[in-house]
Ligand binder design. Structure first.
Ligand code: HEM
Length: 404
């Protein structure tokens, strides 16, 4: 493996069973077909592209890895070069028992009461984005709409400045799309984020406000201040976990409904609090789950018949588990009114998503406002949708005709 194996010097994948690569160009737009094809042959695929790493594609295999903290550690949450620099971003990078206090610190800010309280503000914000499209016949539903909603949500909740949105998106792009193959990029992003977050937390320590950043800047466990590195890590996690995740889910929903106007008609015919909106958004989360995590094997064990050894890397392919026909009836069908839907888009076990209430609100409100404004919109046949691959998969450009 060369020191900076990036871009064009990487051979495209031709054998997904023995040589998978989550940064391969085919992953973004074709991942569901890839996982389904692998599952038909074997429950666990392997690769040597990042050192030895495995990819379970069944609900059983994915659940085993996500729930077993004795054999699998969250110290590595991205399949990257094995010598990649890693920095703490608790609670996602911590294992029990250290994990619990970090999670407890963040959880209250995302409880349903706090999140429901921002629904009207979120709705007004989505309407303001739609108002900017006044008079236009076409738009990019990702660039002009989906990508902005989670930045607004996370900034509103934490106190991070929304004016730095481009900076956050640039870090996210480099962190997820480039860094797994390139240690230098990871080190640069870590350095830039550390400097930025350090400055903002220092400011909040001196000038506390009524926001999450001030809570983190002054956080203590049993009267002892939390280590500075960990405080920086919390904010790093909120930025990388709270933005392109929901941006991808909203974007995937918009991409899907652009091709299914009959489903849009069913949705806009009912009130916003109708059950169909709940089942429909949960189905978007199941079908287009954006987030794939990873673990480091810390003790030899067996996953779905496949031996894995200390030091190996594991993908925790939650989106693939969501397409396992053993767990979902007609898993390959998108069903707007799917009644039984125990999807794992938000993960399983101790690390289950802290931000799921916020993500669900942003997805629901984002889709409701767009579909009601443009019930006949469609993909622009003259242009291409582009997809982000890797850890957070979702459309990044969705050219559409608004067809008012
Ligand atoms: C549709 C959007 C989202 C999806 C699909 C998603 C998915 C996930 C998944 C799969 C995990 C489990 C990680 C693991 O097992 O290693 C996770 C954890 C986490 N998510 Fe989300 N997420 C979303 C939005 C958000 C948002 C908006 C936030 C807010 C900042 C957030 C914050 C977190 C945090 C802090 C954790 C770590 C929890 C822990 O380690 O205890 N997520 N998320």
């Amino acid at each position: 493996m060369s020191d900076t194996a990036t871009g064009s010097d990487i051979a495209p994948v031709t054998d997904w069973l023995h040589d998978w690569d989550w940064l391969d160009d085919q992953w973004g737009s074709n991942a569901i077909d890839i996982w389904n094809s692998v599952r038909e042959q074997c429950p666990v695929a392997s690769t040597e592209r990042y050192g030895r790493a495995f990819m379970p594609v069944t609900m059983e295999g994915v659940s085993q890895v996500a729930k077993d903290t004795e054999h699998f550690s969250s110290i590595w949450v991205s399949v990257s070069r094995p010598d990649a620099p890693r920095s703490p971003a608790p609670p996602i990078t911590s294992d029990p028992p250290d994990h619990k206090p970090h999670r407890r610190l963040l959880l209250p800010s995302f409880n349903p009461k706090r999140i429901n309280a921002i629904e009207d503000t979120m709705r007004d914000y989505c309407r303001s984005l739609i108002a900017k499209l006044e008079g236009m016949e076409s738009a990019d539903a990702a660039e002009q709409y989906a990508q902005h909603i989670p930045v607004f949500g996370i900034c509103h909740l934490t106190g991070l400045p929304e004016t730095d949105a481009d900076l956050f998106r640039d870090w996210i792009y480099r962190n997820f799309q480039l860094a797994p193959r390139d240690n230098a990029v990871r080190a640069e992003v870590m350095g830039e984020m550390g400097e930025y977050i350090g400055a903002i937390l220092n400011d909040r320590r001196e000038n506390p406000q009524d926001d999450m950043l001030s809570m983190i800047a002054n956080a203590e466990f049993d009267g002892v201040p939390v280590d500075w590195d960990l405080k920086v890590g919390y904010v790093r996690l909120l930025i990388v976990a709270g933005i392109d995740t929901t941006w991808s889910a909203i974007g995937s929903g918009l991409w899907h409904f652009a091709q299914n106007n009959d489903e849009v008609a069913r949705l806009v015919a009912v009130e916003n609090d109708h059950m169909l909106w709940q089942t429909g958004t949960e189905e978007v989360l199941r079908y287009y789950a954006p987030v794939t995590m990873a673990r480091k094997v810390i003790k030899d064990t067996v996953v779905a018949g496949c031996p894995v050894h200390e030091g190996d890397q594991m993908l925790v392919t939650f989106p693939a588990a969501n397409h396992d026909p053993e767990s979902f009836e007609n898993a390959e069908e998108f069903q707007l009114d799917r009644a039984k839907n125990r999807h794992v888009a938000f993960g399983l076990g101790v690390h289950r998503c802290v931000g799921s209430n916020l993500a669900r609100l942003e997805l629901l409100v984002g889709l409701q406002e767009w579909l009601r404004a443009f019930p006949n919109y469609a993909l622009d046949p003259t242009q291409q949708t582009t997809w982000a691959n890797g850890q957070v998969r979702g459309p990044r450009k969705i050219p559409v005709l608004l067809n008012r």
